[in-house]
Design a protein around this ligand. Sequence first.
Ligand code: NAD
Ligand code: USQ
Length: 406
Amino acid sequence: MKIAVLGGDGFVGWPTALHLSAQGHDIHIIDNLSRRWIDTELGVQSLTPMDSIQERTRIWLSETGRRIHFHLIDIARDYEILKSWIADEKPDAIIHFAEQRAAPYSMKTDRHKVYTVNNNVNATHNVLSALTETGVDAHLVHLGTMGVYGYSTVGAAIPEGYLPVRLDRMDGGEAEQEILYPTRPGSVYHMTKSLDQILFQFYAQNDGLRITDLHQGIVWGTHTDQTRRHEQLINRFDYDGDYGTVLNRFLIQAAIGHPLTVHGTGGQTRAFIHIQDSVRCVELALQNAPQKGDRVRIYNQMTETHRVRDLANLIAKLTGAEIAWLPNPRKEAAENDLVVKNDQFLALGLDPIRLQDGLLAEIMDVSRKYAHRVDRSRIPSVSAWTRDIEPTLERDPEGRALRSVS
Ligand code: NAD
Ligand code: USQ
């Protein structure tokens, strides 16, 4: 297949591009490199040294003989260029990773909120509009988030996208419907993914676009089979307070002797998936495309759930790291239960990689190898969800300042 990977320079997009190229697909990465600019804005860098996208694809070619093409396009702003590219290249599938994906970044200031909404909603709508206008029948696979469901304790398993409901009919009978599971986003970023869902619903129903939306949990790990092949194919690894996600952050913190930064009681339960399973799920979704006229196909792309404090305790036990119990800069439930259905990917043959499978040690090794690249001052998560979260200075048991919340 000819496959466009929008956002293919990113943490999940890059290993996905390599995985699909290794399987013989013709891969075209489209990216505006905005994440590299955001690194500069925040004064951070990936823990792992990332080469330019051109250099990465050159190494891949020399390693495998397979060419990955790169196109510098801002899909949120360069609508005509994107449309022409789709019309000329006629991809069989488009995988859409190209959004601003950090909840803390999206909540920093009003400017960051506006940027996140403009970028993410326009990016998604431009792709949908360009597919409709050109008539190219590509299967669109979008990376959504488990966060569209929200994190309140429900007492029931979260279904895969749709909720069956019954309504009382006016004639006294009952009407049955399946509706999109009610969204309850917890950040401006998560809100854009909820908006994406409505855009997909409309274009599938109105224009017969073939769309799969993957409601993905927090991705952990860094290496896949392909990124291990050469040092310069290494994947991005975010550890900072905006883009670093909880499990990867705890592992790097343990590796450099920084206390593990638990927000609040750590009672938040979240869904997780290893990066290798994430790329495998995208492959499975591509192999199981919906037909024209089908409703949007939604999968829950996660393999296990964990409570934040359980992860911190596990890593503290493995490594001897201390835990810092910090005030939570986010507005979120202090404690929640989470049970999630993921039957569809299991039925398609996904064999999940679990936390116990030994890969934590591999990430610790990567973290230790590149520990000299870490700027400890970028570890605190200082993006506060509301103005009434008062600035406080947190100290560890030895009295060292950990961070200020503002
Ligand atoms: P990332 O920030 O590493 O990569 C996103 C890529 O998209 C970057 O290379 C960026 O330059 C590009 N991009 C952003 N806006 C663009 C635009 N307007 N035009 C062209 N390119 C643009 O993020 P990631 O962690 O790889 O996440 C990829 C997708 O998966 C996101 O949509 C995210 O919401 C979703 N997701 C990620 C996780 C996770 O834990 N990382 C979990 C669930 C879902
Ligand atoms: N947390 C800590 N300490 C930290 C970092 C985070 O306790 O140092 C807590 C947060 O308060 C939150 C939980 O851990 O309760 C998860 O935070 P996170 O930053 O790991 O994940 P999140 O903000 O939800 O976002 C990430 C990705 C996003 C994706 C989402 C999937 O950045 O792109 O959509 O995970 S999900 O969480 O399933 O919605």
